[in-house]
Each structure stands twice: as C-alpha cells, then as structure tokens.
Design a protein around this ligand. Structure first.
Ligand SMILES: Nc1nc(O)c(N)c(N[C@@H]2O[C@H](COP(=O)(O)O)[C@@H](O)[C@H]2O)n1
Ligand SMILES: [Zn+2]
Length: 396
C-alpha cells in the first residue's frame, strides 16, 4: 500500500497558498474554541479591520473593533496609528446611540490608562455597552488585565480569548516588543534546494518565483524596518519596498561599518521610502555627507552590531524588523539574539558551487546536536516554491 502523504501532495497541486502544519496540530487546532461561531466571525472581522493599518501603528498594536446590536454590525473601527484614537473609540463613534446595550468585539483588551489617548474602558462604560468580547489580554503592564477588571467591576460581561491564536499572531511584534524591550527580529531568505542564496559570483536574481517575491513584498509592508548589510547593497542593489501603491514601506536600514558603499544605489532614492544607514562613529565622512545630501539618514553606533541596531530600533518605537541580509550578518544577528523568527523560501532549483553563498554563516557549531531547531513550524507552498516559517527557541 502507498503510505505517502497523499493529502499534502493533492493539496499542493490544488492550491499555491496552502498551509500545511509540520507539527501534529497547528496552534489554532490546539487552541480550545472560545465563543460561538458568530463571536469568532466577529473577531475575524476585527482582525481584518486591524490589518488596514498594517505596518503603520508601531509602537502601538494593530487593533480592530466591531459593535454588534441585535445580531447586526452597527459600528466598526480600527486604530490607524499611534497618537490617534483607539479602535474601540472609532467603532463606538460609528455606532452612536446604538452602542447602548450592544456587544463590542475587539482583538486586544481595551486599555485602562491615560497614554497618548484616554482609557477605552471608560469610553465603553460611558457608551453603555452590555458586553465586551476580547481576543487577548494586553501584555502592556499598563493594561495587563486592568481593562477587563474595570469593565467587569461595573457589571459589563466580558468574554476573553476568542480567536486568541490569530490575535496573538497579528500582534506578535507588539507582544515581543512589550515583553523583551526589542523589536521582533524576522530573518527572511530565499535559497535553492541545495542551500545557496546566489551563484558563486553573487548573482541572485531570482532564486524564487514572482509569487514568493510578492509574499516578501507583503511581509515588508507589515514590518517597521528591513535590514541589509553593505554587501547586499553592493551585489543586489535592492529597493526593499513593498512594491504596492497604497501599502506601507518599511524604513530601509543598511548596516555598514566602513561606509564603503556604492555612490549610486536604489536605496539612496528616498522619495518612495526612507533609508537609514547605520555605521561606526567617524566612518567615511565624505560619503556620509553625500548620503545626507540625498536625504538618507545616517546614524553612528559604536560598536555597530545587530544587537545594538535592534536596541536602537526599539528606541525608535519599532515592533518588527525584517532581516534580508546575507549569511555573515544573518549569523551574527542569530548569535546576538536579534532574530526570533525565520522565513525561509526554498526554490526547487539546484545551482551548485562549493563557494556559493548560503543563508547563514558560521555559528561556531560543530555537532548536529547544537543545531537551532525551529518551533511552531509551518510549511506553505507559494507558487512553485516552498516557505518554511518557524521560531528560534527563546534564549534564557
Ligand atoms: N485595546 C486597544 N485598542 C487600540 O486601538 C490600541 N491602540 C490599544 N493600545 C494599547 O494602549 C497602548 C497605547 O496607548 P496610547 O495610544 O499611547 O494611548 C498600547 O501600548 C496598547 O497597550 N489597545
Ligand atoms: Zn484604548
């Protein structure tokens, strides 16, 4: 009898965006279903609304809210950016008097503090809502259950944990930022089936197909910054934008100790998206001036390391940073704890070349037992390519 994984094979041929979990069960399968089908559908609507501000809310989270009265949506809203009102406030405003006695759905616990804006808990109480359905507790110590407690204290029914896995995934950068005081570092690379990211002479356009490259563009739209090293600028001359009209473009960051970079590069064109060059104190002052004249921001950090870069980007309010660098920088970023998540595109191509570059340089490991085993691994087929996504084990 043929015991091959027929389901996976069949699905792969049917869909080019199929998600196959390598683990026995995916996170959402493992998660107990909370709420009714209607509750879950409303929470998914909140997530959809929240995504409208993808890449634009940091250091704040992505939040959407829906007000439901007598089974009908009477108000919706999302948080557009830090400093502007929260999702709940927009949704309550849209609902107007209909908010009295209504149920409010929101993917993150309503806040209960005065930050840049007043507490949403008080706005919900003032609007006279009867019930609040929450996707996840806010990890922000200023909230951390306080919003839920405040609502319950005045007799508002609160249900927590509806579609929690999806809510956490959408705001994984925000959660990581709050818990670890660093942006979430995501290492993305594209390699051939034989593990090469370019040919021996550095040519890499393109390892993967258009579909995979479009997924990368979407990833960029969701991130606050994308980092490359000087070598990537010299060899690939990338644009690092999201390549979509309305979408957010991340801050494009180049790490270069020497500032020995090309005079002309797509990254020095800053009309479409901003560029920041991180360098060492005093490096190549003439070229530094040239960059500044073209509108490129230059910041000196000594010593210039991935950890220092992430600490700096945290201070700038970033939640997520995409590492699109070569193997040497990727290895230091991993070694210094600047990477938590890996997105590896694998193209079914073989290029060979014993000196062709690979995605991760030397980590100093000598035995296979030292290998970093990714967790919560998911495999997705994207066009003709494959995307493996997973998380590095948390460092103690
Ligand atoms: N529930 C909820 N909805 C939103 O739309 C939000 N932006 C948040 N954010 C929480 O409040 C903090 C930011 O407060 P300010 O915008 O500075 O007033 C943020 O860290 C989250 O904890 N929550
Ligand atoms: Zn709020």
């Amino acid at each position: 009898m043929d015991n091959s994984p027929v389901v996976a094979q069949a699905d792969v041929s049917l869909s080019n965006s199929l998600l196959v979990s390598l683990t026995a069960k995916s996170d959402s399968q493992l998660q107990q279903k909370v709420g009714t089908d209607f509750d879950r559908a409303m929470m998914q609507r909140c997530l959809e609304l929240a995504r409208r501000a993808l890449g634009r809310t940091s250091p704040n989270p992505l939040v959407g809210a829906v007000v439901v009265k007598d089974g009908e949506i009477v108000g919706e809203g999302f948080h557009p950016r830090a400093g502007e009102p929260h999702a709940e406030v927009f949704a309550l405003k849209a609902a107007g008097a209909n908010a009295r006695g209504a149920t409010v759905y929101v993917n993150l616990e309503p806040c209960n503090h005065y930050g840049r804006t007043p507490p949403c808990s008080e706005a919900l109480i003032a609007a006279g809502v009867a019930k609040v359905v929450v996707g996840m507790v806010d990890p922000n110590p200023l909230v951390a259950g306080g919003g839920i407690a405040r609502l319950r204290a005045v007799g508002i029914e609160v249900l927590v944990g509806v579609e929690e896995a999806d809510c956490r995934k959408l705001n994984e950068g925000f959660i990581h930022r709050i818990l670890y005081k660093r942006p979430l570092g995501i290492l993305k690379y594209a390699m051939t089936l034989d593990g090469k990211i370019a040919t021996t002479n550095g040519h890499s356009a393109w390892v993967t197909n258009q579909e995979a490259r479009s997924v990368v563009h979407q990833m960029r739209a969701a991130c606050d910054a994308v980092i490359v090293g000087g070598n990537t600028v010299r060899l690939d001359n990338p644009r690092l934008t999201s390549h979509q009209q309305e979408a957010h473009n991340p801050l494009r960051v180049v790490m270069s100790r020497s500032l020995n970079l090309p005079e002309e590069a797509n990254l020095w064109q800053t009309k479409e998206a901003p560029t920041l060059v991180l360098t060492e104190v005093g490096a190549n002052p003439i070229f530094r001036e040239q960059l500044l004249k073209q509108g490129v921001e230059v910041v000196e950090l000594s010593p210039l390391t991935p950890e220092r870069a992430m600490a700096y980007l945290y201070e700038r309010g970033f939640c997520s940073v995409l590492w699109e660098c070569g193997g040497t920088l990727a290895a230091s970023a991993i070694a210094q704890g600047a990477v938590q998540k890996v997105l590896a595109f694998i193209a079914p191509k073989i290029i060979g070349g014993s000196n062709a570059p690979t995605p991760v340089g030397d980590l100093g490991f000598t035995t296979m037992t030292e290998a970093l085993s990714l967790e919560s691994v998911q495999v997705r087929v994207v066009g003709a390519d494959c995307l493996i996504e997973g998380y590095l084990p948390l460092r103690q």
